[in-house]
Design a protein around this ligand. Structure first.
Ligand code: UDP
Length: 340
C-alpha cells in the first residue's frame, strides 16, 4: 500500500519559562500530549509515512521524511492546512483545526486528550474506553492507547528504593495520595513536575513532608533516569474536580506507558483509563489517602518484575504497533468510514 502523507498537529503551547519559544515534540519538560505525538510520529515514520509536524516550531528534525512546519499560532496552523497536500490531518491540538477549511478529500482524525466532549466528534479517536464513555463518544469510535517508543526511554540495571510521582502536582493527579502511600510504606517519594497550586503543595509538605523530596520539573536524561531507577511510579489520580471542570477521569496517562517501557511498575487507582492500563504493568489501590502500611508494602511486593513490565509495555503500546492501528483508522476514514 502507498505510504500516506500525514499532518500531525500538536497542541500549540508556548514554553512558560521563555514565551518566545514553543513547547517542542518531544517536550523540554512536562508535556503528556507532546510525548504522545513524539512516540506516535516515530511509529508512523518507521512505517514509511511522510509526516508534517505542526504546532511545535523548533522541534528537532529526526528523520528524512519529517518536516517541522514553523506554524505555532492556531491561525498559522489553519492557514497551512487550508492548502496542504496531505492525505490525513491527525489533530492532537484538542480542536484548533477546522475540517471545513481542508482541501476536498483530506481526512481528519482527532485524537482526544481531554475529559470534555471533543470539538470535532466525527473521526475522533479516544485513548481509553473510560475516556470514550466519559466524553460521550459512540461505541464504534476507535480506542487506541497511548504509544511508547522504547528508544526514547532507558532501563536500569539496578533499581533504587524511592517511589516516583511524575506529573502535575495537582489534586486530581493524586500527588497528595502518592505522598501518603509512600509515607505508609516508609519509602521516599520523589515528586517531579510543575506545582501550580501552592496551597496544595503546602498541604503535601505539611502532611507528608518527611516522605517527600521535591525535584521540580524534569526533562532529558534526568527524567529518563528517574523513570528507570524508581522502584515504582505512582499514578493515584482521584475523582476530584479537573482542570476543565467536572470530575476528573484520567484520559490516557502518558506516564504509565513511559514508566513501564523503562521497566518500572506502576501503582494506580481505578480512575479513568488507569483501571484498563495499570493491571498489566502494576497494581491498583483504592482512592483516598488512608493507606495501611502493611497493605501498602504488600502492594509493592506483588508488583511485576522490571523485564516483564517492559515487555508488556512494548507488546501493548509499542509505537510501531500503535501507529499501525492509527494507519488502519486513517485508511478507513479515507475510504469514507465515519463514526460519532
Ligand atoms: N513530565 C515530565 N517532567 C516532569 C513532569 C512530567 O517530563 O517534571 C511528563 C511525564 O513524563 C508525562 C507528562 O509530563 O509524559 C504528563 O502527562 P500525563 O498524561 O501523565 O499527565 P497529564 O497530561 O494529565 O498532566
Amino acid at each position: 500500500m502507498e505510504p500516506l502523507t500525514i499532518a500531525l498537529v500538536n497542541v500549540p503551547l508556548r514554553l512558560p519559562t521563555d514565551t518566545r519559544k514553543w513547547i517542542t515534540v518531544p517536550p523540554q519538560g512536562y508535556g503528556g500530549i507532546q510525548w504522545v505525538v513524539a512516540n506516535l510520529m516515530n511509529g508512523l515514520l518507521e512505517l514509511g509515512h511522510e509526516v508534517f509536524l505542526l504546532g511545535a516550531p523548533g522541534s528537532p528534525v529526526t528523520h528524512p521524511r519529517l518536516t517541522v512546519v514553523p506554524a505555532g499560532e492556531p491561525e498559522d496552523i489553519r492557514e497551512w492546512l487550508r492548502t496542504a497536500r496531505v492525505d490525513v490531518v491527525n489533530d492532537h491540538s484538542c480542536g484548533a483545526v477546522d475540517p471545513t477549511e481542508f482541501r476536498p478529500g483530506v481526512a481528519l482524525i482527532s485524537s482526544h486528550h481531554m475529559t470534555t466532549r471533543p470539538r470535532n466528534t466525527a473521526g475522533c479517536v479516544y485513548s481509553s474506553k473510560a475516556q470514550r464513555a466519559h466524553c460521550g463518544g459512540g461505541p464504534d469510535a476507535p480506542v487506541i492507547p497511548i504509544p511508547v517508543d522504547p528508544a526514547n526511554y532507558r532501563t536500569a540495571t539496578r533499581k533504587e528504593d524511592f517511589l516516583l510521582f511524575m506529573g502535575r502536582i495537582s489534586p486530581h493527579k493524586g500527588a497528595l495520595e502518592a505522598a501518603a502511600f509512600a509515607h505508609a510504606c516508609g519509602r521516599t517519594l520523589l515528586m517531579a513536575g510543575p506545582a501550580w497550586e501552592p496551597d496544595y503543595l503546602d498541604r503535601i509538605r505539611r502532611d507528608h513532608g518527611d516522605a517527600v523530596e521535591l525535584v521540580g520539573e524534569v526533562g532529558g536524561p534526568r527524567r529518563n533516569e528517574l523513570l528507570a531507577t524508581a522502584a515504582a511510579v505512582l499514578a493515584l489520580s482521584q475523582p476530584a474536580t479537573g482542570p476543565w471542570g467536572g470530575i476528573w477521569c484520567e484520559p490516557g496517562a502518558t506516564v504509565v506507558s513511559e514508566a513501564a517501557a523503562s521497566g518500572t511498575p506502576v501503582v494506580g487507582t481505578r480512575n479513568g483509563c488507569l483501571a484498563e492500563i495499570v493491571p498489566p504493568v502494576g497494581g491498583l489501590v483504592p482512592y483516598g489517602s488512608a493507606f495501611d502500611g502493611h497493605e501498602a508494602r504488600g502492594v509493592l511486593e506483588r508488583l511485576p518484575a522490571p523485564g516483564e513490565v517492559r515487555e508488556e509495555a512494548i507488546r501493548l503500546w509499542g509505537h510501531v504497533e500503535i501507529a499501525r492501528r492509527y494507519e488502519e483508522v486513517f485508511r478507513a476514514a479515507l475510504a469514507g468510514a465515519s463514526w460519532g
